[in-house]
Design a protein around this ligand. Structure first.
Ligand code: ZN
Length: 263
């Protein structure tokens, strides 16, 4: 029942995130300004904006000019719903002994959902525009600092040191590759990942990002979809590494250390 509620909440927030993904690169406010149809500029009313339901009832068309909206609105809403349910189920399984929801779960769940939303927006904006939105990084950094202060204040020093270390590591790559491999947005993103995951989990997240990044790049190059020199944005891979480590940090760190024969 709660899982279903989380899915519905996810699609509603997903509809807001879709607006954010659309507007942030164009520097349009995401809070003020009603949604309008891109085609006829008609202001959309709440009945046009019920997540998933409106899309299905209107068959993905504008109610006023019948212009077809891309399926990505529906897909992104459903994907956010799936992310919310996954985050909820994993967090319950890890924190509550008998699978029942428990009170001390709430801060962790809320924190993970906020970070998941930030990562979701970064993923799609970087994929489409090769930009890591600074405003979203600020939200994620503040959430990480507040959560660490509330849950484990002693860990804040570790988080900050990890953030600075990650920043410097990515800055060196950025400078050595003259920005072709890694934009400055990725360098700032690495700082925030350090804040979110701390040490040693950040290292595992970066490893997953480099691994998935090279595998996908290789597939794209072999499939002749991309030339070696054309840049593939690295942010989406950092998102994949960070999200998996956000949910399964200790487990993945254990696997990683065992693989390096350090434990
Ligand atoms: Zn329209």
């Amino acid at each position: 029942m709660l899982a279903f509620f989380l899915f519905v909440l996810g699609t509603a927030i997903g509809s807001f995130l879709t607006v954010a993904i659309d507007r942030i690169p164009r520097n349009i406010s995401i809070i003020t300004g009603r949604s309008v149809c891109e085609s006829c500029k008609h202001t959309l009313s709440w009945i046009d904006l019920v997540p998933v339901i409106s899309y299905i009832l209107l068959r993905g068309r504008c109610r006023y000019c019948k212009q077809q909206f891309g399926p990505h609105y529906l897909l992104l809403e459903i994907l956010t719903g799936v992310l919310f349910v996954t985050t909820y189920l994993v967090t319950v399984a890890q924190n509550c002994p008998n699978g029942q929801i428990c009170a001390d779960l709430l801060p962790t769940l809320l924190y993970r959902l906020v970070i998941a939303c930030c990562l979701f927006v970064i993923f799609f904006i970087d994929l489409r525009h090769s930009i890591i939105p600074f405003s979203v990084l600020i939200v994620a950094a503040l959430a990480a600092i507040i959560y660490t202060l509330v849950s484990n204040p002693f860990f804040l020093t570790v988080s900050l040191l990890t953030a600075v270390g990650s920043f410097l590591f990515f800055l060196v790559i950025h400078l050595v590759t003259k920005g072709r491999g890694m934009g400055f947005g990725d360098v700032l993103f690495a700082f925030v990942i350090g804040l979110i995951l701390g040490f040693p989990t950040s290292v595992v997240a970066f490893y997953i990002a480099f691994l998935t990044g090279s595998v996908i790049s290789l597939i794209l190059v072999l499939g002749k979809k991309k030339h070696i020199k054309s840049a593939i944005p690295f942010g989406p891979f950092l998102v994949v590494g960070t999200f998996t480590c956000l949910l399964w940090g200790p487990e993945l760190t254990h696997v990683f250390l065992a693989w390096l024969r350090l434990i």
